[in-house]
Design a protein around this ligand. Sequence first.
Ligand code: GAL
Ligand code: ZN
Length: 744
Amino acid sequence: MVKFDQLLYGGDYNPEQWLEYPEILEKDLEYMRLAKINTVSVGIFSWAMLEPEEGVFRFEWLEEIVDRLYENGVSVILATPSGARPKWLADKYPEVLRVDESGHRNFFGGRHNHCYTSPVYREKVKIINQELARRLGNHPAVRLWHISNEYGGACYCPLCQEEFRRWLREKYGTIEELNRRWCTAFWSHRYNDFAQIEAPSQRGERELHALKLDWKRFVTARTTDFMRYEISCLREAGSKKPATTNMMYHFGGLNYAEMAKYVDVVSWDTYPTWHKEKEHVTALDCGMQHDIMRSLKKQPFLLMESCPSSTNWQSVSKLKKPGMLQAQSLQAIAHGSDSVLYFQFRQSQGASEKFHGAVVDHYGGSDTRVFREAAKTGASLEVLRELCGTEVHAEAAVLYDWENRWAMEDAQGPRNRGLFYKETLEKSYRALRRLGLNVDVIDMGKELDGYRLVAVPMMYLFKDGFAEKLRSFTAQGGTVLMTYWSGIVDETDRCFLGGTPHGLMDVFGLRSAEIDGLYDWESNTAVPTECGQGILKQIHTCRALCELVEVKGAKSVLTLGEEDCDAETEKGSEKASGSEKEMVMKCGESGHEKKTGKKCGESGDEEKSVDGHEKSDSGAEVLAVYGSDFYEGTPALTRNVYGKGTAYYICADFEQSFYDEVFDYAVKEARISIPPLAEIPQGVEVMQRDSGEASYLMIQNFSETEQEIIVTDPEYDVMFGKDPKRLKKYETVVFRKSAAGKKE
Ligand code: GAL
Ligand code: ZN
């Protein structure tokens, strides 16, 4: 794990734009001191300034600036400049430019507009990276390598296509195997040879989902390979400094879980649109991204970029209201960041980012509102210095997986006008966060050991071994809450045969039989059964997708439509108009004759399964049923005891309040410890970090009004912030408790 001695504070710095103004560069050092800036990232797009002509190097300006920064107590994150190539390179070696999916080579321009395969590009990157590494790679100012900048996009040139075929050959061995896994018997898509395969394209193959999925995997593999190549060049030239690359918000172009394996510390760039929606909605969204980034390595991460003021590429460039900069910055720290870094320190004078917010703007003074806010934030990070390197432990995790996202969003059906994967993920996340729990957001590859509860929203694609992992997690006492549209396809997007959720039907005590897509104006409800009343206090609405599941002993979708099976429920013929009380169904009376006589909380006749786990054979307990449509009365929420654990199944796209009630119950049942607060008012964010020596409770008010915070554990002392009894909007209070337990 990369350890820093202080929380890093600063940001992207582009002195090459100011070389003609030595007085400005001198001023910058003074401003950095005033704002308590201790770290800047340099060299990110400096290639043309470092190598103005092929083989001609001009490093003096950079070396001088790095020395000056060092003398002034500012450390450096040193970037490799591969994010944008010089014009001479593109002109002399056109193969370095990207080719789009219709086969056209781009002109020079932009940033990531280069081929990650091109031997020339790799060679030129090696030369410049090694020059950098030799000259500055062991400079005492340098803390970290910043590899390229926001990798993204793909190249479809002949070299990349060939590389794709090589990757496929390695993955599948034979073309027969590829044909089988890709289901190419459909639409006469059989390939006779790997040499025939082309990348997906709007002008060509765009329906073969397995091809598209593998192409996306390949793009991640290619980009990661390029990143690793860049790092290896630095190592070869003798620099051992740790390396990171900056990732992006909800970016679907790369599987960050893969990339993260090869960096020493994860970092990312955040540009939330504050003041657009309710602040706490934005805070939840941003918090979830922080948690995704932290969970990639389950270690502290770095906030590599954020905007000190307004962001000029957004549809509306909104100023941050007073206090927001500090709130946003401390939110990153609360979620496990060891830094607050901006894009950018000094606002550029021209080109496309001239109106992007910066610590120092075109006016050029420190007597600005934004500068004062930045200086205040810098001072607060000094107070919180001991949080650096502390960890965020979570007992609950929500699963989010890039490959699953790709596969699910690419598939046709069950709802092409919106599956709402991110929103569904957020519902589980929010239900846990409103209880003040630390939450990891992990991909399918991560271990589940150590968690008490995991939420598995819309895990359409199951990678090999995932079902077994979830099974043993449950068997050993874990609580799982999985939703509809899970366990449908395998790694190459082939539908599982023999029933879904694949490999887990006994764990959940049900089989998913059908899924109904709802038009935007349609909805259904979940009506609690007698068993479910302890969990659901009201009737909840669902939209978009309703899964119809088969549970032994419950009203069965198999018999729906058969006249003699028109089951009578307590609700009888009152239909959906009945009052809440009338709508409540009795457990075990949900209609079908195959009654089990099961009581609430009993999982039925249990027997040992082959692997020795307690196995429930009578099907899940039905906690809620649908309130309308032809599947009225069939299960909408179920629970099954499996081994020592519990498996909940959420059958439809329910509203947030449904998730809140179900998770409240499940969290208690799973005995997850909740933070020592009398109450968590809506809009207040709670996070905990731990060092082993001390625990830190960080509370932020993202609600619209002042809030009262009462910590019920007297061993916590306020270490940062004013009066917690009157926590104003955007304010943060941090409590500390030493592990020894005694107040110091
Ligand atoms: C980031 C990028 C920076 C800068 C910034 C502006 O995505 O890495 O170089 O362009 O956006 O918001
Ligand atoms: Zn290429």
